[in-house]
Ligand binder design. Structure first.
Ligand code: S3P
Length: 173
């Protein structure tokens, strides 16, 4: 099986994905890390040097490639992956795959992203916490229509990593 983890930036996709993969004895891949490896560049530099449109194009290509070739994989996607091109269709129609939306509340996301803006080109330029909160609110609203198509939605606020992983395993099998 391939488990795809979907959710906004800082929703815990990579941290939880790594733990889940270990528990299931699956391979773990983070799509952003995979892209950085393959392109020999950072996401930040890809955005800066080649632009977001180029990033979205290669993101779609690598996503399709992984879903078509891998098995026994936990794959953490980028926050925007399900929202561009026909990626959500590709995710939902991949054989033997399950998609999980890790749903964190806006206050939780704001709190986490306040301190993690630097490596995220979409929010790195936002100067104040108020503007960041406004951006996240609107952005998440737009993206929720894609995230909510996932096979399963799991709320994560006020839950420990251990609880979330246990819930995930129950939902998957
Ligand atoms: C993005 C999220 C990032 C990365 C890129 C764009 C987005 O991944 O793919 O900076 O559009 O939300 P994370 O969700 O892992 O931060």
């Amino acid at each position: 099986m391939i488990v795809t983890l979907i959710g906004y930036m800082a929703s815990g996709k990579s941290t939880l994905g790594r733990i889940l993969a270990k528990k299931l004895n699956y391979e773990f891949l983070d799509l952003d890390d995979y892209i950085e490896d393959k392109e020999n560049s950072t996401i930040k530099d890809i955005f800066k040097l080649k632009g977001e449109i180029h990033f979205r194009k290669i993101e779609t290509q690598y996503l399709s490639e992984l879903l078509a070739t891998k098995t026994n994989l936990v794959l953490s996607l980028g926050g925007g992956t399900p929202c561009y091109s026909n990626n959500m269709d590709v995710i939902l129609s991949a054989p033997n795959a399950k998609s999980i939306y890790l749903k964190a509340s806006i206050p939780t996301l704001i709190e986490r992203l306040k301190n993690e803006k630097g490596k995220r080109p979409l929010i790195a330029h936002i100067e104040t916490d108020e503007l960041l909160a406004e951006f996240i609110g609107k952005h998440l609203f737009e993206r929720s229509q894609f995230y909510s198509l996932a096979n399963v939605t799991l709320t994560t606020d006020n839950k420990t990593e251990k609880d979330i992983i246990e819930e995930l395993v129950l939902l998957l099998f």
